[in-house]
Design a protein around this ligand. Structure first.
Ligand code: BGC
Length: 559
């Protein structure tokens, strides 16, 4: 492991009532069922999170984004919600949620919760009622039901396939089908229905009243749909329309979706400070600013870096474009390398580009068995360390995914019998899915489930996980965990206005920029060392060699 340089940087929590706290926050994503297990049942829970608040405080994050913790049969890792205003009993209680919120707030950490408005689960009380009610009933009107087609009406209304594979329509046995763009256990809501709209406003208030500071909005671009009368277009026609995405696509990114978020914004602004929201919107870059506008959700994810290889020109283009888009929306941008849906970036960066160095191709690598001979683990981690220092020096919010601070790689060899992701089952043998980035965290180097909890973890941990344990990394000043802690503390100290000036090094492998106050970040994307610019180095992702920045490394300097 490499050495990091660290200058005295006291972590100062952000001011509590600052309405702009989110603009340049470092946000740590917790996938609760895999973070820490407090009751030994093998599933991470709120008690586990509460016990790890000191860890989050020492890490120095400004906020936590909590993936779904609602009652759920876990057909899609909790993104199949049975009840939007409760806690899954497998995970905890509402009282524990309040204790967790207080503990985070006492540690100076904000709380963002995931909200899943595109679909409920098939166990939601409304969906049960819809199934028990006849065709054309108000209960069915909360979801998207259609009659079957074909000579005897037994064929699905269209040939659309769901994102997780298989038909997007499920028959209910009386000639009707319901639409599910994800798993069959995730029926899509009908957002033209005023009751659906009203109910989500109630949900927003429910959590905001409990002290939640913000919301991450799942599939934010999917809510408004406009299905034509029969016949529906074919899947191929819809795919063609994908390329256009001008606000009139039948399913995605329709202009009317923003009417919903205008209503949400009014509710979020009832609070002091206003509650934040960040859209998970897979839309064309030019359409992102509307989601991020202050009249809408206020911020939107961009997944551009997450889809890019480790490449100077690509990083530069993406950073420039997104700063411009954010300025256009009046928001700050977001950066993210990893989350619960993609192959971990330490692994992506250790794969040959195009054979796997981006998200689509890395799924291909998984599909082919996750061949270790193709993966350069050390290089991947070295680049991940360089990339995080670069990201943490950028203006905007930095989203970190649990375990990346431990330098975790993707777990590629989960036995089929242990897999949970619906993509694996619905697309058997084609999609391997997302379980490999959701394996419970290693807290200790030994013991049952490596300190995750007392029981067998719900996804098996590989032997190499022990080398990454928090316990082992805490005391090691050169560990990736130490790098994150030091960088996050420094970032708090150095962060100023949301400005960035590129400095041309004349070398296409190098990205060098300056932030207000004389804070510089220099990344060497090449493999040979480069001379460092003037200034004092305050941290580096790899040891410097005679005042040179080695390949695949980043250093921060101050003037
Ligand atoms: C979430 C996924 C989830 C899907 C359906 C997303 O984009 O991040 O994990 O499977 O929405 O809710």
């Amino acid at each position: 492991m490499s050495e990091t340089l660290f200058v005295n940087a006291e972590a100062e929590p952000l001011a509590e009532q600052d309405p702009n706290w989110w603009r340049q926050a470092a946000v740590y994503q917790i996938y609760p069922r895999s973070f820490a297990d407090g009751n030994g049942d093998g599933i991470g829970d709120l008690a586990g999170i509460i016990s790890r608040v000191p860890y989050l405080e020492a890490l120095g994050v400004d906020a936590v984004w909590l993936s779904p913790f609602y009652p759920s049969a876990l057909a899609d890792g909790g993104y199949d919600v049975d009840d939007y205003r409760d806690v899954d009993p497998k995970i905890g209680t509402l009282e524990q949620f309040d204790v967790m919120t207080r503990a985070l707030h006492d540690a100076g950490i904000k709380l963002i919760v995931d909200i899943v408005p595109n679909h409920s689960s098939n166990r939601h009380v409304w969906f049960r009622e819809a199934l028990a009610s006849p065709k054309g009933s108000p209960a069915r009107g909360r979801y998207i039901f259609r009659d079957g087609v074909g000579p005897d009406g037994t064929e699905p209304p269209s040939d659309w396939t769901s994102i997780f594979g298989g038909s997007a329509w499920e028959p209910v046995g009386d000639g009707q089908f319901y639409l599910h763009l994800f798993a069959p256990e995730q029926p899509d809501f009908n957002w033209d229905n005023p009751e659906v709209r009203e109910d989500f406003l109630t949900t927003l208030r429910f959590w905001a009243d409990r002290g939640v500071d913000g919301f991450r909005v799942d599939v934010a671009h999917g809510l408004a749909k406009k299905l034509t009368d029969d016949p529906l277009p074919t899947h191929a026609d819809l795919e063609l329309a994908e390329a256009v995405r001008d606000g009139a696509h039948m399913l995605w990114d329709r202009d009317e979706v923003h009417d919903i978020y205008t209503q949400w914004r009014a509710v979020l602004n009832e609070y002091d400070p206003p509650r934040t929201a960040v859209a998970e919107a897979w839309v064309h870059a030019s359409r992102r600013p509307r989601y991020a506008s202050p009249d809408g959700l206020g911020q939107a994810f961009n997944f551009d870096l997450l889809q890019a290889g480790f490449d100077a020109a690509e990083f530069r283009r993406i950073i420039g474009d997104n700063l411009e888009l954010a300025a256009r929306s009046g928001s700050s941008t977001t950066w993210v390398f990893s989350n619960h849906d993609v192959v971990r970036h330490a692994t992506r960066y250790g794969l040959p580009r195009h054979a796997g160095g981006d998200t689509t191709a890395s799924q291909e690598w998984l599909r082919q068995g996750g061949n270790e001979a193709v993966l350069d683990r050390a290089l991947g981690l070295r680049r991940a360390r360089a990339a995080i220092l670069l990201m943490l020096a950028l203006p905007g919010s930095a989203y970190l995914y649990q375990g990346e601070e431990l330098g975790l790689h993707e777990v590629a060899d989960i036995p089929d019998s242990a897999r949970q992701d619906p993509t694996f089952f619905r697309n058997a043998g084609v999609e391997i899915g997302r379980d490999g980035c959701r394996v419970p965290l290693p807290w200790t180097a030994s013991g049952p489930s490596l300190g995750f909890g007392d029981g067998a973890p719900h996804l098996p941990q590989p032997a190499w996980y022990a080398d990454h344990a928090v316990e082992a990394q805490t005391a090691d000043g050169t560990s990736t965990l130490s790098l994150y802690r030091e960088a996050l503390a420094l970032r708090r100290r150095l962060q100023g206005d949301e400005e960035l000036a590129w400095i041309d090094s004349g070398d296409p492998r190098v990205l060098h920029f300056r932030r207000p106050g004389g804070w510089h970040s220099v990344t060497n994307f090449g493999s040979a060392p480069i001379p460092l610019p003037a200034g004092s180095v305050v941290i580096s992702s790899a040891p410097l060699t005679e005042q040179q920045l080695p390949g695949n490394a980043t250093a921060w300097l101050v003037e």
